[in-house]
Write a protein that binds this ligand. Sequence first.
Ligand code: NAD
Ligand code: GLY
Length: 372
Amino acid sequence: MHANSSLPAAAQVQIDLAERSYPILIGTSLLADTLTYQHLPKAATALIVTNTTVAPLYAAQLMQALQPHFSKVLQVTLPDGEVYKDWPTLQLIFDALLENGCDRKTVLFALGGGVVGDMTGFAAASYMRGVPFVQVPTTLLAQVDSSVGGKTAINHPLGKNMIGAFYQPQLVVCDLDALKTLPDRELSAGLGEIIKYGPIADMAFLGWLEANLDALLAKDPAALAHAVQRSCEIKAWVVGQDERESGLRAILNFGHTFGHAIESGLGYGEWLHGEGVGCGMVMAAHLSQRLGRVDAAFVQRLTTLIERAGLPVKGPVLSATDNAGRYLDLMRIDKKSEAGEIRFVVIDGPGKAAVCAAPDALVREVIDGCCA
Ligand code: NAD
Ligand code: GLY
């Protein structure tokens, strides 16, 4: 797809990946507008994948918008929750595809947050060895991060996002109107992933977030539009250089090594992903300071913003006997680990990130200092 003047008024950010390039549309009244989908590959069937919370809010609108483009628009509604980002739930998508005789041109539409998006993307990557899919993210987190860049996955009880594929969508539709129904806790979780883009890539954006956080928390449309667009621009810049995370893309995991340990250690769904990332960024910032890469003032500045966003800044205790040891064990099951050595994303001076190993003793000190 390419920019086209007949598309509804929306900002557009392009993901440049040669033949896998696609646009991210950001604006209002997009989801229900049939023109939004006019340049997709021609197919007989569309399958909307959504969940029990999002379906009653937006599935009918999407179905109506798709009907002029497909002779059949089907829907599969998954149970809601991170705990369902698993094999049996993924199987429900394949069941729907096969029971309805869906061919390899069928287009999947992920309507929901990051859980629906990651699972639909993985289903699209594997059904008949790959069918086209479209991301229609309805959470702030999904609009600024998970719907963009082609990482798809399900969780394993032993590790987060451990089974998946890189598989790019044809189009991402970020309809800011969908955020009107988003609960406050989920809004804060999305802010966690937005804040991350500042310290790793753009300190001016961090300053903008500090100045506009109250507007974002109040769901001010102009503030949300800017935050979503700038986040997508930064993610597009990173993914365009390193689609499959052979290097640079790892910086997008700032806070995630600690955060994923919290998520899997507590049991999926206890803390939201964005909450784990928020607290994980505080821990990773402390580690960066101990490694001599940033000063205390920087760590305090980031912690203050994360706390203002409504996110936890103290980690949970995961073991009464050896808490730091439990974090370390969980963090070893991470896609960045090499030969059992944990690799952390640290801030290497404001606005710049690096990936490095750190002595266990130092990491233990960070965890001990950061857990409530
Ligand atoms: P989520 O998908 O669980 O959605 C959060 C909650 O909000 C759910 O209950 C959902 O049903 C509900 N919801 C969604 N849209 C709504 C709306 N408009 N109004 C009211 N309720 C709505 O969580 P999330 O935060 O969107 O995504 C987290 C997931 O994304 C995690 O599994 C994480 O691993 C993944 N992720 C993936 C990437 C990637 O690059 N692929 C990046 C970041 C996160
Ligand atoms: N959310 C991390 C990435 O897309 O690489």
